[in-house]
Design a protein around this ligand. Sequence first.
Ligand code: GDP
Length: 444
Amino acid sequence: MIFEGLSEKLQNALGKLKGKGKLSEKDVNDAMREVKLALLEADVNFKVVKDFISKVKDRCVGQDVMESLTPGQHVIKIVNEELTSLMGTVQSRISFASKPPTIIMLVGLQGAGKTTTGGKLAGYLKKHQSKRPLLVACDIYRPAAIKQLQVVGSKLDIPVFDMGDKQNPVDIAKAGIEHAIKKGNDLVIIDTAGRLHIDEDLMNELKDVKREVKPHEILLVIDAMTGQDAVNVAENFNEALGVDGIILTKLDGDTRGGAALSVRAVTHKPIKFIGMGEKLDDLEPFHPDRMASRILGMGDVLSLIERAQDAIDLKKAKEMEDRIKSQHFTFEDFLDQLEQVKKLGPLNELIGMIPGLGNAKELKDVDFNDKELVKIQAIIQSMTRKERNNPAILNASRKRRIANGSGTKVQDVNRLLKQFEQTKKMMKQFADMEKGMKKGGKLK
Ligand code: GDP
């Protein structure tokens, strides 16, 4: 789960304040010491932590907080606001040129995820802002970088311009832009070369491309897993090249979160997007306020809703609702529903977006792995259509066949049947309740 360790420690530290009717300065100091440690352990830059703690403390010892009826909540609100401000306060968008094509230059070290992100970004802007992107392959050094961009482009149905690896990047970039103008592409994304470490040759090459091409945006791609190193890289690139924004990749991984929390404060450049996985649609715009809420376990309902809107077929959802109400909910429907849920993303990630659930103690031992879903799916898929629509006919031999077919045990099949019956019962109760409420409403 995103920022799991940090999230848990911050919530523990702040949770202690919640129940108190009155806060002393010592209470605040104790909690802030824990917050400070949690941030340092998450690999947040030392100076950033120091500033952050001193700002929060200053605000917390104010009269209105200490004397409020719920001082603990007040402190949490302040921490939330300061975390948000640390990450940039408001969402920072790509600014498009008034006269197309808009030219975006992607820079970063090798392995940060530049090529993948180029594809993701092109796909995102095509889907959400109706852009007609062209990807331009200027990484002529890394073996297979051009091929990789072509593969990404073809998966997304986005054209890729390349001139092989024998021309110099400035010429390729310029020719790419001309090609875009000719073909009517209103967005050009240039994938530049990276190195394993920052060196003068790399920077000079990037400066040349910048000077000749005059990109509207230079976006720096950095790898969140590398923590403080990512922040140092960002500082170097920004000093040498002047970047307009940052894309932080691999936030889905086991990152401690330090880069996400420090990079804005250190470079004064906004994080514009975050990479949340290896798939080409795993890119999200970065919202500092939502990220702060996620870290503090307050959930991120807005992102969840946006994902659902993207992934869920509304017509199907409505049909499902009708079937549930009319009691015709079968295993076929159940399977359909599982498919929809799976489209939203890995379960443990979704849990983190629901307020209060991210670190809920009751859920500590529940394994939200997607294997369970896969198992359920396999069981239902091993049923015949007749069985799915009428599970009552499932006798012992049918159950054995299903267990064999799905690579599970008869107990698993039985458990699923029981869960299904319980779910149906619950749905019936809800439907009855709703009917009752409507009736009641009419009588008044
Ligand atoms: P480049 O050298 O900077 O062009 O990096 P690549 O685009 O080749 O990416 C390096 C590796 O990181 C690849 O295996 C990508 O699949 C992976 N990667 C990129 N972005 C993400 C991300 O957001 N999450 C995860 N888990 N992997 C990513």
